[in-house]
Design a protein around this ligand. Structure first.
Ligand SMILES: Nc1nc2c(c(=O)[nH]1)N[C@H]1C(S)=C(S)[C@@H](COP(=O)(O)O)O[C@H]1N2
Ligand SMILES: [Mo]
Length: 326
């Protein structure tokens, strides 16, 4: 089959404006520093900072990743989010409780990563990331992405369907649920601070086995034609586009096939706010806010972001509604 690749919005030349705006800001800062009489002393210091910034950019440690665009998921009803937004506006509580954690997340040690798959399977295995890349053809899928906080993005993910991993490890007939555990090391992942001292680390998520076997359920190894940036959950994270974003655990180290429904992070902390199922549903408000609408993450203050009606199952009902018919 021949795939004709249409350049995506984020590949078009106007994207080149992003580094330029960073440069303009730096110049403005320099001008202000000089106006404040700091010019001579601050200049050499700035030179050093420039270098360290280059070493820890939003895409530090990423490399290009080849993929084939899956024609079933080549576009959605809205533009792809700018890479510079998707890589700088994150939730990753291991590194803090704000959206601005991308620099702190650079501390995540991703070399020699292992993913242990165990529990009720015929072939328990420990994969490294190269194994996964070689074993499973890497597809690109453009999915809508909806956080329970009522903001949304559109992300070009690179990875493989979770179903491929199921076929490889062969769950036994006793397996009904799957638990997914994220990287955790209190020396490296400090969490959001003292107010969150009781958080049930490590971050865990869970699915019913049939949910994991659904066509949409995806393991991402990359975004925007490169391997995953650390703040986005390098080197492997879950993507479940019909569920709220918190179901998609980042930086997965362990996958366990189980008989019983596992405990999960947000559900343990606040069961009345974050259910185990957590399907996107405009008619089921969060106890503290409506889910009828969502805001599309964009440059500038959030009150200026486009507001759209929330779609049932985030627009993926044709794939997943039958999982919830009984
Ligand atoms: N390990 C871990 N995974 C996580 C989170 C987290 O805090 N820790 N946050 C979740 C939430 S609430 C969302 S919305 C998405 C955010 O993914 P992004 O930063 O790539 O947009 O990651 C999810 N996965
Ligand atoms: Mo979220």
């Amino acid at each position: 089959m021949v795939l004709i690749r249409i350049p995506k919005s984020w590949q078009l030349p106007e994207r080149l404006a992003t580094p330029e705006s960073a440069f303009v800001n730096r110049r403005r800062f320099l001008r202000n520093a000089i106006a404040a009489g700091l010019g001579t002393t601050i200049l050499p210091v700035l030179g050093c900072q420039d270098q360290s910034n280059a070493e820890s950019s939003v895409t530090s440690g990423t490399v290009p990743l080849e993929s084939t665009l899956n024609p079933a998921f080549s576009e959605v009803d809205r533009p792809v989010t700018d890479e510079s937004l998707a890589t700088k506006y994150n939730n990753f509580y291991e590194f803090g409780g704000t959206k601005s954690i991308w620099e702190k997340a650079q501390a995540l040690p991703t070399d020699n990563w292992k993913v242990e798959v165990s529990g009720l399977v015929k072939n328990p295995r420990t994969y490294d990331i190269d194994d996964l890349q070689k074993k499973f053809p890497i597809e690109e899928r453009i999915y809508r992405f909806r956080c329970v906080e009522a903001w949304a993005m559109t992300v070009p993910w690179l990875g493989f369907p979770m179903r491929k991993l199921i076929e490889d490890v062969e769950p036994t007939s006793a397996a009904k649920f799957v638990s997914f555990t994220s990287f955790y090391d209190p020396k490296i992942t400090p969490g959001p601070g003292l107010w969150a001292a009781n958080y049930p680390w490590p971050y865990t998520e869970g699915l019913r086995l049939e949910e994991m076997a659904n066509e949409l359920a995806f393991f991402a190894l990359g975004i925007y034609d490169r391997t995953l940036p650390k703040q986005n959950g390098a080197p492997i994270r879950m993507v479940l586009p019909w569920k709220y974003g918190f179901k998609g655990g980042k930086s997965i180290v362990k996958i366990e096939f189980l008989e019983k429904q596992p405990a999960t992070f947000w559900n343990t902390l606040a069961p009345n706010e974050y259910g185990f199922e957590a399907n996107v549903n405009p008619n089921k408000p969060h106890p503290r806010w409506s889910q009828a609408r969502e805001r599309i993450v964009a440059d500038g203050p959030s009150f200026n972001w486009e507001v759209r009606p929330t779609l049932p199952y985030n627009g993926y009902g044709e794939y997943v509604a039958e999982l919830y018919s009984s």
